[in-house]
Design a protein around this ligand. Sequence first.
Ligand code: SF4
Ligand code: SF4
Length: 445
Amino acid sequence: MKELTFPGGVHPPYSKDISIREPLREAPLPSVAVVPLSQHIGSPNQAVVSKGDVVEEGQLIGSSPAFISAPVHSPISGTVKEIRKAFHPALGPVMSVVIERDKSKEAKDYTQEDVDAEALSPEQIIEKVKDAGIVGMGGAAFPTHVKLNVPEGKKIDTFIVNGAECEPYLTCDHVLMTRKTQEILKGIELIAKVLKPKDIYIGIENNKKAAFFAFQKAIKKATRKVLSDIHLVPLHTKYPQGGEKQLIQAISGREVPPGKLPLDIGFLVQNVGTINAVYEAVHMRKPLIERVVTISGDCINRPGNYLIRVGATIKDIIEQYGIELYRDPEKVIVGGPMMGFAQPTLEVSVLKSTSGILFLSENLAKTPPEEKCIRCAKCVDVCPVRLLPTELMNNVKNGNWPEVRELNVADCIECGSCAYICPSRIPLIQYIKEGKEVLVRKKMR
Ligand code: SF4
Ligand code: SF4
């Protein structure tokens, strides 16, 4: 079968071997959970609990009346010790609920619920997704119920399941696809009931053969038409194939125009982790309180994939899971090495969108000093949205903000491919991010 892909992109060294063969480990419950009230794109939540309250696992602890928002739930049973600012991996300090676990209570068994999912209407499914606080788990953290609520006058023709997992090191989606194939298919069925798309595709890069074969087998055996009609497509391994617009282009050949959303051309993309969470919310009445996280890098023993509660801090994870740092990491990154965030502290919590925690030595993380641009245009060749990174950099450096806007800086998906390929090691993405931020501040977007 032909492997599909998009124009541009890069091939960072394959580093998935470190964690791919390890079993999925169920991590111990954290003794303390530090749960940021805002873990999504949109309005932050307000705490609905107070210091001293006793909370049950799965209980609502933060919500917002805003449409673009997603509630948060307690990942453990225990007592609210504090509501204070704590470190968020991307946003810095944000209000968080600190819960001390009641060690006498076991983890809740959600499989006991008996739910007739087939009887649910599309509206009821969306409501359950909303109540469970589901957000995009591939990194973007956009509230899923908002994405499923297709506005009047718009129609989704094509639903794409994102199994690309193009970031080096990360294997959490691969593991999920092989272990939870049936659950993901049931989640796809639920979303298909909401969207009623003409076509459903599952896109998986060719370095995840086990996941591909698991879906191939399951789809062949499926008796329901909605599942047996799914198109399973192999993708050429390339970064950033997991970007929504790149995945749409790889699979359909169609481009989402600048400034538009996939929805505007009839597409909707969901990550496999998000789809599994939809299954769990509807079939098991389970809110989004845990996720699979890849722990990897060249500084630790026991790399692998761990099922971790939201709110567990990296410091606790190292101490409680028997992870030994046998070498000082130069960088601790939350997310993948291309789009993740380097952390100044280990007192940072796992979020609904945390796909990985990487401990990288100087060998892997150190960037050589920046040199002069040699006008090789490699950055232009790899940009998946066909921007001109050098022109953007020069105009940002000179403060030519109208030109920065004209060069469509807002379309940059911050994939970092340009900076990665640059032989002069120019941190192009830093200049581009600065340009985006200035335009937002100046209200020029
Ligand atoms: S300009 Fe933006 S979208 Fe293009 S390669 Fe650089 S970071 Fe990626
Ligand atoms: S890749 Fe680097 S050196 Fe080459 S044109 Fe772009 S900024 Fe200049």
